[in-house]
Design a protein around this ligand. Structure first.
Ligand code: CP
Length: 311
């Protein structure tokens, strides 16, 4: 068994291709554990993990908690709405108080880009980024690429289009880094107002015509519009967005080949994807969610192993 090159998981940008391969091989093993009648291993009996969520979450929060419990770690959950952060305490003070209670690892979702890196540099604990603003969502990208590998055999050489609100999406940026490190070709598709100017520096194709993008790709990852991160309107109306960039059954069926359809969730049914597509045979959306637990088990296990070796 190898070791990760990193002490924290702040972003995919910091990982090597070997790190990602190691995470996938470890997740393969944990996925077989999750398919057994007893879905639990004693690997992290001696570890306590705090899940700090300063922003809403369903999938990521539950997936991390389940992953930690399947590894037999002790788990504490913390939500900003009920914490002393509301009374003016700093992030560092909050986390240092949690660490004083003998917590070994912190999983954090935060609305501010860079919050996970800031914490990793300023507290004495291993940090796992569960999404920091519009910056990175590394475990989402890992589970997405793992799901492509599971469905198509490999990520290398596959053509993946990420459709929608690229500018406000941490999923898009982490996916671009992860897919490229694994040898996929990446395209982004959406209205020009939702494609960031820096995209040209990332060696990514840009296409504004959804049909052309879908004809090009093997996999389409449909993103939702991140209305909560928008201070102005980036397109005239949701109805017009759906007409131009929504994936419906008629469009999917009219393509010259069968593509794989992904979505990180939460879905806005009828906006970026129709129910018929989201629930259809070409979609692997619930496989992504299932794989998230194995991927998060792998990340936490490998980081904890690295910490033990350094002690
Ligand atoms: N995909 C994802 O991060 O979903 P949640 O916001 O529900 O965690």
């Amino acid at each position: 068994m190898g070791t990760l090159s990193v002490d924290h998981l702040v972003g995919i940008k910091d990982l090597s291709e070997q790190d990602i391969d190691l995470i996938f091989q470890t997740a393969d093993n944990f996925k077989s554990v999750l398919n057994r009648p007893i879905k639990k291993v004693p690997s992290l009996r001696d570890i306590t993990i705090a899940n700090l969520f300063f922003e809403n979450s369903t999938r990521t929060r539950l997936s991390f908690e389940l992953a930690e419990k399947r590894l037999s770690a002790d788990v504490v959950n913390f939500s900003a709405a009920s914490s002393s952060v509301k009374k003016g305490e700093t992030l560092i003070d909050t986390v240092n108080n949690i660490l004083a209670m003998k917590v070994d690892m912190v999983v954090m979702r935060h609305p501010n880009p860079g919050a996970a890196k800031f914490l990793a540099e300023n507290v004495n604990s291993q940090i796992v980024n569960a999404g920091d603003g519009a910056h990175e969502h590394p475990t989402q990208a890992l589970l997405d690429s793992f799901s492509i590998r599971e469905k198509l055999g490999t990520v290398k050489g596959k053509k993946v289009v990420i459709v929608g609100d690229i500018s406000h999406s941490r999923v898009a940026l982490s996916n671009i880094f992860c897919l490229q490190k694994l040898g996929a070709e990446v395209m982004v598709c959406g209205p020009a107002t939702l494609i960031p100017k820096y995209i040209k520096d990332l060696n990514v194709r840009v296409e504004h015509d959804l049909r052309k993008a879908l004809e090009w790709c093997d996999v389409a990852n449909m993103l939702r519009i991140q209305l909560e991160r928008m201070d102005v309107n980036y397109f005239p109306s949701l109805r017009e967005y759906t007409m131009l960039y929504g994936l419906n059954k008629d469009l999917l069926d009219s393509l010259s080949k069968k593509i794989v359809v992904m979505h990180p969730g939460p879905i806005n049914r009828g906006v970026e994807i129709s129910s018929a597509v989201a629930d259809g045979k070409q979609a692997i959306i619930l496989d992504q969610v299932e794989n998230g637990v194995a991927i998060r088990m792998a990340v936490i296990y490998l980081l904890a192993q690295k910490n033990k070796r350094q002690e």
